[in-house]
Design a protein around this ligand. Structure first.
Ligand code: ZN
Length: 266
């Protein structure tokens, strides 16, 4: 039996952050994440940056480098209340501006105000969006079955009380391996708020049993796992992707299948 419960380097847990709206406070939050070598996704509204010259856009790109830039629609409307044409212009327009900042294809999303509908999801997917975060806290560290309905673990204000449960037995098998914290940096208003945030970062950081990843890296890794080609006796595993993959066999062995290689087990 093969299970997709092992992540890059054979790690069994993942920590990710996700922050919306791109406020001034992102600067301080990024310094905090960088201090603790944590990775976050920042969901930005392109309209804020429309009309900026190339130098200004490059400066914003530099601020967010090392983290992921992702969509949050051009002007922060409620997608459930929009006709398809507006979801289309809000998504594509956001991508076009953010890609000038990021310098790479921007394929992630979080729903502004948590608003989405089945129709809007379909339009976003046709605009190249591959995952989108909701504002529904699952409180249970689950990886999403459907990445277009990616429910975070919790908002940062609820994170502290869940840290101990997550950090217990980091080597153990767990079907719910992901601590996903979301919020807005503009909610960090007082020094006390920042102290709390630093406490969360410090408690989760620097553990070699945890993969610290941006949202898109998790999406890409899990999607690559699903592309493995496995023989009927589960002893030949072909990795046709450009991603190194680790899987667990028979609840004991961790198998490394390098990108583009085939592994034959005895
Ligand atoms: Zn927002």
């Amino acid at each position: 039996m093969i299970q997709f419960n092992v992540f890059p380097g054979g790690k069994k847990r993942i920590v990710t952050f996700s922050y919306d709206d791109g406020s001034e406070n992102d600067k301080r939050l990024i310094s905090l994440f960088n201090k603790y070598s944590l990775k976050s996704t920042f969901h930005l509204n392109g309209k804020k940056y429309a009309g900026l010259d190339a130098d200004a856009l490059a400066g914003i790109g530099k601020l967010y480098s090392g983290h992921e830039i992702a969509c949050h629609t051009l002007s922060h409307g409620w997608c459930a209340n929009m006709p398809d044409i507006s979801v289309l212009s809000e998504t594509l327009g956001d991508r076009i501006i953010l890609e000038k900042i990021a310098g790479y294809p921007v394929c992630g999303m979080s729903y502004p105000s948590g608003s989405f509908s089945e129709a809007s999801i379909n339009v976003m997917k046709s605009c190249g969006i591959v995952y989108s975060r909701t504002t529904v806290s699952n409180k249970n560290f689950a990886l999403p079955e459907n990445f277009m309905l990616w429910h975070p673990t919790c908002h940062h204000r609820e994170a502290e009380q869940l840290i101990d449960a997550f950090m217990e037995n980091l080597d153990s098998e767990w079907k719910r391996p992901l601590f996903y914290i979301w919020g807005h940096s503009h909610e960090l208003r007082t020094e006390q708020d920042w102290e709390k945030m630093e406490h969360i970062c410090a408690a989760l950081a620097g553990n070699n049993k945890i993969w610290y990843a941006a949202n898109i890296e998790i999406y890409r890794y899990m999607t690559a796992c699903r592309q493995l080609i496995i023989s009927a006796d589960e002893n030949i595993i072909v990795n046709p992707t450009s991603t190194d993959i680790w899987v667990e066999k028979d609840k004991k062995d961790i198998i490394f299948i390098p990108a583009g290689k085939t592994v034959t087990l005895d």
